[in-house]
Structures are given as C-alpha cells and as structure tokens.
Design a protein around this ligand. Structure first.
Ligand SMILES: O=C(O)/C=C(\CC(=O)C(=O)O)C(=O)O
Length: 305
C-alpha cells in the first residue's frame, strides 16, 4: 500500500554528526519510534498524520552511529493500537530493544503475554489532542491494572496546561508512570513559575513518577537549533531539564525521539542532540544514572541488582 505523507512533513536528518559527548558504556536511547515501512506495516486508519518511513534497520544504524547500546521503541500514534512494527523491531534487535505499546480494552491476555515475551514493558496513554481521539479513563485504568500484572509501567503524554485536570487520574494509576518530555512545559514561562512547579510537585509527591527529559527540539522557542555544529542548542530548555535531573536523578531517562514526528520548524542533527545531554546532566554520576542505570531498572530489571 502506498501512503502520501502529511503535507509539510519533515523527514528525519540523514548523515548525523558523531557526538562530541561520549556516551557511557551501555547507554539506552529510551525514547524513539519506528514508522512502518508502510508497505510492510501499514499506518493505522485512525492516524492523525502520515509520516515518512523510518525502519528498524535505520533506527539501529543510528544507535550504533551515536554510540548507544540499546533502544526503547515507543509505539507512535500513526500506528494506532497495531503494535506489529514496534514488536517486529524488538524481536529483530537481538535483545537490545524493549518497547512500549498502545493497547485497547479488547486486548487479550494472550496478546499481552506475547508482547511481554517480545520485550514490551509498558503501555502509552496519550492525552495530546492533536495526536489521538479521546479514550475513556475507566478503560485506561482497567488497562493499567491488567498490565501491572506483567510488571509494566504506564507512559503518559500530555501538555502542561492539562496537568491539573489529569492529576487525579494520574495519581490513581497503580503502576510506575513515565512522563514524556517533562509534560511539555511552556519554556517561555519561568522555570519556578506555577505551571512547572506543579510538575515538580507531581514528581516530588509521587515516587512512582519518572520523567523523560527529552525533546528540547520540540519544546524550544528561541533555540539555537541543533544544526551546523551548534554545541549550545536549545538554551531555553536547559533550566527545565536540569532542574528535573538535579532534583530527581534516579527517576529520569533520555532518548533521541528519532525520527522526530511532527516537527514543523527544523529537523535536528541527532549527533548534536546527544551533545545536549551534558548541559542537563552535568556530572558523570548524573549521566550514568540518566543513560544507563535508570532505563535499565525500568526496561531490563532482570539485569540490574
Ligand atoms: O514522538 C513523540 O514523542 C511526540 C510526538 C508524536 C507522538 O508521540 C506519536 O505520534 O506517538 C508529537 O509530539 O507529535
């Protein structure tokens, strides 16, 4: 089946630079996606965008180029609750990738077990309205209770303005919770203003809440962009991500977000994105926790002690 990309779609950056920052041994790219390829794994009818293809082979080539050891492949909304492309990426990784799925209430125990066997360790609940249709909270809670039995966690994706309304639901979830992109703060607002304080309070008061300190390229307003060798990219995001790493060093993870769906302004050089890491995790200990110890605890717990 042939797919037409969404008009204005930006394809991922080819030929990324070699990062100057040397990743610690065993580093995990804990947030990335595969798209299709559409002829093999068709995009979902209910999708809100049609991307360019981004295959498992291209993802794993990027992993090796940047110096990561492992990936966490997160189900992207363009595949809906059809997890075949993501699961195929996991089973082809030789144990170097684990995944986060999207499921519906109708998922069977056999399907959950098969995904677990393939390396899925979480489900994603998405509250970003431009990406998904609404799913009733009782359905999500039911799913969370079912996946808890497999030791999975729940990844949540929402925008900062929606946190007050979602608070009661999030704090009722029985599993670990991993927040995508720090709950998408508006970085033009103060880092110690009420909106980001609420997010910090969410993490402070709930020890089961973790955050991905990811996507400066999505959150930044003033840049500069991670292009043309820029070593000081996305300055306006640093105070937000650094605050979370400093206060919660044991509950943060990082990922490239390759192939960067829905960027409108520019497509970052992934090598330069890796060079952003030492600006937000400034000590070797913080870097090791962010890139190795923490994602290993969440996704490969059997290898940690
Ligand atoms: O890649 C991300 O994490 C963010 C996305 C896309 C997304 O989440 C999805 O399609 O599933 C976005 O903000 O458009």
């Amino acid at each position: 089946m042939e797919f037409q990309k969404t008009p204005g779609w930006m394809d991922w950056y080819t030929g990324p630079s070699k990062p100057k920052f040397k990743l610690p041994a065993g580093a995990v790219d804990a947030h990335c996606h595969v798209f299709g390829p559409g002829h093999e794994f068709p995009y979902a009818p209910e999708r809100k965008y049609t991307p360019c293809d981004a295959s498992k082979a291209q993802l794993y080539a990027l992993r090796d180029h940047l110096g990561f050891a492992r990936n966490v492949v997160v189900q992207a909304t363009c595949h809906g609750a059809d997890n075949r492309a993501m699961v195929d990426a996991l089973v082809s990784s030789g144990g170097k990738a684990r995944g986060v799925a999207t499921v519906k209430r109708s998922v069977t125990d056999e399907e959950l077990q098969a995904m677990h066997d393939a390396g899925v360790r979480g489900v994603r609940f998405n509250f970003v309205k431009r990406l998904v249709d609404f799913t009733p909270k009782d359905e999500l809670l039911e799913i969370a209770k079912r996946v808890q039995m497999y030791g999975w966690h729940v990844v949540i994706y929402f925008e900062a303005v929606d946190l007050p309304e979602l608070w009661d639901f999030f704090t009722a979830l029985p599993t670990n919770i991993v927040v995508d992109h720090m709950g998408r703060p508006d970085v033009t607002k103060p880092v110690d203003g009420p909106e980001f304080e609420l997010f910090v309070k969410f993490m402070r008061e709930h020890k089961n809440v973790w955050s991905k300190v990811t996507c400066p390229e999505r959150l930044s307003v003033s840049g500069p962009k991670a292009l043309n060798g820029e070593q000081n990219a996305y300055q306006d995001v640093i105070p937000f991500a650094k605050r979370i790493v400093d206060e919660f060093p044991d509950r943060v993870i990082w990922g490239t977000d390759w192939p960067h769906p829905n960027l409108k302004d520019h497509m970052p050089d992934d090598g330069l994105l890796v060079d952003f890491i030492p600006h937000i995790a400034t000590t070797e200990e913080q870097q090791r926790k962010l890139l190795v110890d923490n994602p290993m605890r969440l996704y490969w717990p059997e290898e940690t002690f």
